[in-house]
Write a protein that binds this ligand. Structure first.
Ligand code: SF4
Ligand code: SF4
Length: 90
């Protein structure tokens, strides 16, 4: 597992349906993906999640930087600044 992948806290917050509020902002609903184990917060189909039709994407620093749909509590969002600085330093 790379350091980047290890930064994900497996909280499952990104696996809840999203909605758009009246101000046009993306908000996370309380409705989980059908593949999310709501107790463990683990994806039941993790290794084939990109193929099951739920619109999952592989998160990279570049995608996280643009992904306003990721919840505020997402560990990637919290650590993105550090990763971006490391990339810029090479
Ligand atoms: S299929 Fe995708 S959205 Fe659904 S639980 Fe797995 S990783 Fe989350
Ligand atoms: S919200 Fe972020 S930290 Fe939590 S499971 Fe999703 S990608 Fe990982």
């Amino acid at each position: 597992m790379s350091d980047w992948e290890g930064a994900c806290k497996r909280c499952g917050l990104c696996c809840f349906e999203k909605s758009v509020d009246l101000q046009g902002r993306c908000v996370t609903t309380r409705i989980p993906c059908r593949h999310l184990d709501i107790i463990s917060r683990e994806c039941r189909v993790y290794h084939k999640r990109l193929d099951v039709g739920e619109g999952c994407i592989k998160l990279t620093p570049g995608i996280v930087a643009e992904a306003d749909w990721l919840p505020d509590g997402c560990a990637y969002r919290k650590t993105l600044g550090r990763w971006t600085r490391d990339e810029e330093r090479g």
